[in-house]
Design a protein around this ligand. Structure first.
Ligand code: PLP
Length: 375
């Protein structure tokens, strides 16, 4: 093997996929409830998506941001319409970290400040500014250490009220913490961030990289709070596997030439993928489906909590954390090798489900039955 060895891997080689199913090189079929880490939003190899990418690459795969790009405008129009944010502008990048990097930079350009407030167990990516606001010193190289970042407990309304002041550049938070284990931001917490940012001129950044685009059962997870962030970062499910990220930017922040930029961000092929994803989400009513199936699955799991077989179940929509009293490593191995079901994890004790938004009820039932055997 010649690749740099940074990932522990399962001894499985997927070669084909469709919907929530994967097949390995030996023809073994798996149920994918992990979606390659929340990336597969409309299902693997969705025919509309495949066709859109095939057609686009045959026409024009790439040109730089120095020419007119109607596909970017179409993506921005469809996205802001579905999100109910018609006055927000779209800047396109290539990944979640890059989206957050640009969001943090834009906030600092806007108010000229540098104090950032972030939260415990938060994850925002591995580029310089993004990793500096990520609560995990193990993934911060010495050059990433930043003394302008304050980490507060997640969902602590009083802490937020006390910490946001006239020096605060931005507050960055996940609507549902992914890597942290599916902790859902409360309505009061989001309102407090909004209120204090308004009072002191700070920018509220909502990291929707993992919980975005329908996964929470709303198009964006902040909808339930009734307040809008100034910047919303997105990636993962945005391209259903095609690398694309971006930020939605409130009208209060003005653009100027050269402020942000990228070579690959917003290229033709990425836009074709992004548009196809939005079309499918709309046409197949996937946000509502995620809501209903999420409620169904969470209700089933809560009965296992009541019976004392699970310690806690958290999340919303199709972003579900199942915390056990003991490590889940062995159970996940049994699920994947015996039951042929892919799941995700958060820390040592939490199984994380991140299926495609068009997962079927029977597929979730299959998981619940399999899990039941090991509790
Ligand atoms: N933000 C959140 C909430 C994430 O979960 C992740 C990745 O897991 C990122 C940002 C970084 O995204 P990427 O790996 O595309 O850089």
């Amino acid at each position: 093997m010649s690749t740099f060895n940074v990932y522990p891997v399962y001894d499985i080689t997927p070669v084909k996929a469709e919907g929530c199913k994967l097949w390995d090189d030996k023809g073994v079929e798996y149920l994918d409830l992990y979606g390659g880490h929340a990336v597969i939003s409309i299902g693997h190899s969705h025919p509309h998506y495949v066709k859109a990418i095939q057609n686009q690459v045959a026409q024009l795969g790439f040109y730089s941001n120095s020419v007119k790009m109607p596909l970017q405008s179409e993506l921005a129009y469809k996205l802001t319409a579905l999100a109910g944010l018609p006055d927000y502008k779209l800047f396109l990048a290539n990944s979640g970290a890059e989206a957050n990097e640009n969001a943090l930079k834009l906030a600092s350009f806007h108010n000229g400040r540098k104090k950032i407030i972030a939260f415990s167990k938060g994850f925002h990516g591995r580029t310089s500014a993004a990793v500096a606001v990520t609560d995990n010193p193990k993934i911060q190289a010495p050059i990433n250490f930043a003394d302008h970042v304050v980490i507060l407990p997640f969902n602590d309304v009083e802490a937020v009220k006390n910490a946001i002041d006239k020096d605060t550049c931005a507050v960055i938070m996940e609507g549902i913490q992914g890597v942290g284990g599916c902790h859902v931001a409360t309505v009061e917490f989001q309102k407090a961030i909004r209120e204090k940012c308004d009072e002191h001129g700070g920018i509220y950044i909502h990291d929707s990289v993992q919980c975005g685009y329908g996964r929470s059962g709303d198009f964006f997870s902040f909808e339930a709070s009734g307040v809008k962030p100034d910047l919303i970062s997105m990636a993962k499910g945005m391209g259903n596997g095609f690398p694309i990220g971006g930020i939605l930017i409130s009208p209060k922040i003005e653009a100027r030439f050269g402020m942000l930029g990228t070579t690959f961000g917003g290229n033709h092929l990425a836009c074709a993928a992004g548009i196809a994803v939005l079309d499918v989400i709309k046409d197949e009513n996937l946000v509502q489906k995620a809501k209903e199936l999420g409620e169904y699955t969470l209700a089933k799991l809560k009965t296992l909590v009541e019976k004392g077989r699970i310690k806690e179940v958290r999340g919303k929509g199709l972003m579900i954390g199942i915390e056990l009293e003991s490590p889940i490593k062995e159970i996940r191995e049994k699920l994947i090798f015996e039951d042929k079901i892919f799941t995700g994890a958060s820390g040592a004790n939490t199984i994380r489900l991140l299926p495609s938004l068009n997962v079927k009820k029977e597929e979730l039932d299959r998981f619940l039955d399999a899990l039941g055997k090991y509790l």
